[in-house]
Design a protein around this ligand. Structure first.
Ligand SMILES: [Fe+2]
Ligand SMILES: [Fe+2]
Length: 251
């Protein structure tokens, strides 16, 4: 059994959905796929992804990204309600959203939100970052949203497991981003992730951490943990994304 990683399929783009639909129906039936968020803000498209992926894999693990929690198209209902809707939807499909044991390996999803621990946003982000318009956190600021999600994390007893992996949508540490990076992209750093994730990863004793959101594919070891990003990303992002699912472990 193999473990595959994908995130940020953003199937609102027709070519991304076409790619997903063209995935082999025979090659992965004994494998596990982690989907680390950002399928679509549209619930029907999330369902389409699940309809496509569930029959192809032995097991799926999903955790939502920021785009999945947008509610503007459905009348601006609370994003925490959308989160619960997605969780219920996953239950219906038999998709895992909680820590998942496979033999002696434990895979732990870590919920999060950015809390500006990577820096304070500048005027461009304050004005233009779509989450601020598309999510409805009922008056909570990002740090409070981050705290709410972190409090939902189930940190399981890892004794009895040989290997622990963890997964988040958001970036767990800022030094995963290149130091030499265009200034206009650096403006996004405050909304990329949170230091809370890194603390959870260390608490778990995770040896590999999978994440998405930055759309910048990475495979980097830092302080003994291997961090892997295999975001699919937007159609234009051909140079920072491999545009395929990636095998990240044998199980
Ligand atoms: Fe994304
Ligand atoms: Fe994202």
């Amino acid at each position: 059994m193999r473990l595959f990683l994908g995130s940020d399929f953003h199937v609102d783009y027709r070519q991304n959905l076409d790619w997903l639909r063209a995935l082999s129906r025979a090659d992965f039936t004994d494998d596990v796929l982690i989907v680390a968020g950002d399928l679509s803000d549209e619930l029907d498209l999330v369902k389409t992804c699940f309809d496509e992926l569930v029959p192809r894999y032995r097991k799926l693990l999903f955790l939502p990204g920021n785009h999945d929690l947008w509610t503007a198209r459905s009348g601006k209902g609370p994003s925490f309600d959308k989160f619960e809707t997605l969780k219920t939807l996953c239950q219906g499909y038999g998709i895992e959203t909680s820590p998942m044991a496979i033999g002696k390996t434990l895979i732990v999803p870590l919920l999060a939100w950015y809390d500006y621990s990577f820096g304070e946003p500048g005027p461009t982000i304050k004005r233009g970052w779509m989450d601020f318009y598309k999510c409805n956190w009922e008056g909570l600021n990002p740090a409070e949203v981050a705290e709410r999600f972190d409090a939902m994390n189930v940190i399981p007893d890892t004794s009895g497991f040989d290997t622990v992996y963890s997964v988040s949508h958001f970036v767990p540490r800022l030094d995963l981003m290149p130091a030499r990076y265009p200034e206009k992209h650096k403006a996004l750093f405050p909304v990329l992730g949170t230091d809370r994730l890194e603390r959870r990863i260390r608490e778990l004793g995770s040896s590999k951490h999978f994440y998405g959101h930055s759309h910048l594919n990475r495979n980097k070891m830092l302080d003994g943990v291997t961090y892997i990003n295999n975001a699919f990303g937007y159609p234009s992002e051909t140079e920072i994304s491999a545009k395929t699912i990636l095998q990240v472990a044998d199980l």
